[in-house]
Design a protein around this ligand. Structure first.
Ligand code: KG4
Ligand code: ZN
Length: 390
């Protein structure tokens, strides 16, 4: 039976350990992983294989969708075989298969999702079609036991969102980007500076030894009361300044300025969202403490996930902001910040725990907002405009 747009249905919730094969092919990584989840929420990664296509795309300065899709087709067999071998498991020991069903480059998504469906049919296993963003949202749970709810900053190449995460499939969006994602800004500015692809790590390396204080970069959306982001002004200004850089020191200084500017905006918007989140959860926190006082703000958690969370300056600035607001701070282990299949396997296992499975005809969805209700009621991008994918 289909339950609306997510093509899922509810079976009985499970009670034992769940071992799930996850597949990720929505961008330029072909990844497979086996994760085991206990009933009380402890996740163990039994294997995690990621084949990066960076070399296939480097000459073009960005991901070429057709090349990505073909490479996924060539790699998926071997990557899955290695993930199963590393986990030392046979297909008969799996409880389910989870595959990214979007958002992302549809040619790639179809490869992983199609492969997942084939395994599910051949082995009579439940299929879980996972939203890639939901994978990032749970990724911090791969390194630590994390309780819901928490405030999430999801910063990747395609997305820049603040979300209240109350549980799997239960998230609301507090803010999003009105133009580029933070990772996209890193990538495009790095490209303008001639630093190669992917831009984020290259720009971070370039910024070492740089002093950004000599550059005055624009600050976006100052004074706005919401939690939205904008990086296009910064991108234009930095790309123009890149033309004036003559020495490596110039480039290091500009890279440092750009990195600080991106971290500062992420921090300013997250600070606003933390105030909002803390206010809404005041009641819950009071209830948690029988005496009625808020116990040192415990129970407030800020998580940053997605590729940009691998950036050390971004982490440091956000951690300081969280500390000032009385939030605990958590970022996934580095390996699970950028795209991987362990986060997809975990999201699948959490869904299976609740008895949520997908129909075998679940479609690949190039666009698939996490908070569908909010995205429909308040679209940041009118239909047809280019921009953040959700
Ligand atoms: O999560 P991810 O692997 O893929 C998407 O879902 O988009 O994120 C990739 C993005 C790219 O834009 C990349 O430049 C950025 O994350 N990134 C970084 C760093 N590592 C990856 N940005 C800044 N500093 C880094 N160290
Ligand atoms: Zn991602």
């Amino acid at each position: 039976m289909s339950m609306g747009a997510d093509y899922s249905s509810r079976t009985g919730a499970t009670t034992g350990d769940l071992t799930v094969l996850g597949l990720e092919t929505s961008c330029d990584e072909t990844a497979a992983s086996v994760v085991r989840l206990t009933p009380d929420g402890v996740a163990t990664v039994l294997s995690s294989v990621v084949h990066s296509q960076i070399e296939d795309h480097a000459a073009f300065g960005g991901v070429v969708p057709e090349i990505a899709a073909r490479s996924h087709v060539e790699m998926i067999d071997g990557v899955v075989r290695r993930a199963m071998a590393d986990a030392n498991l046979g297909y008969g020991e799996l409880d389910g298969v989870a595959a990214t069903a979007g958002p992302g480059l549809v040619g790639g998504v179809m490869v992983g999702l199609g492969f997942g469906k084939a395994v599910a049919l051949a082995r009579d296993l439940p299929l879980v079609a996972v939203n890639h963003l939901e994978g990032h949202a749970v990724s911090a749970r791969l390194g630590a036991k994390v309780e819901y709810p928490f405030l999430l900053l999801l910063v990747s190449g395609g997305h820049c969102q603040l979300l209240e995460v109350r549980g799997i499939g239960d998230m609301s969006r507090l803010g999003t980007t009105i133009d580029d994602a933070a990772g996209e800004a890193f990538d495009k500015i790095a490209k303008a500076m001639g630093l190669g692809y992917p831009g984020g790590p290259a720009l971070e390396r370039m910024a070492e030894g740089g002093d950004g204080s000599r550059f005055d970069l624009p600050r976006a959306l100052l004074g706005r009361k919401d939690c939205d982001f904008s990086f296009s002004g910064l991108k234009t200004a930095a790309s123009r300044l890149a033309q004036t850089c003559e020495t490596d020191q110039d480039r290091a200084d500009l890279a440092d300025a750009v990195q600080n500017a991106i971290a500062r905006q992420l921090s300013e918007r997250s600070d606003r969202a933390m105030a909002d989140f803390a206010e809404r959860h005041e009641q819950r926190l009071k209830q948690a403490s029988p005496a009625g006082e808020v116990v040192g703000q415990q129970g407030l958690l800020f998580v940053v996930a997605g590729g940009v969370a691998a950036n050390k300056t971004v982490r440091r600035v956000l951690e300081a902001t969280a500390a000032k607001r009385g939030f605990d701070f958590l970022a996934p282990p580095m390996a699970y910040c950028t795209d991987n299949a362990a986060m997809i396997a975990l999201a699948g296992a959490e869904r299976l725990q609740l008895g949520l499975v997908s129909d075998i005809d679940a479609p690949a969805r190039p666009r698939w907002p996490l908070d569908e209700a909010r995205a429909l009621a308040d679209p940041v991008h009118p239909t047809g405009r280019k921009g953040a994918k959700a």
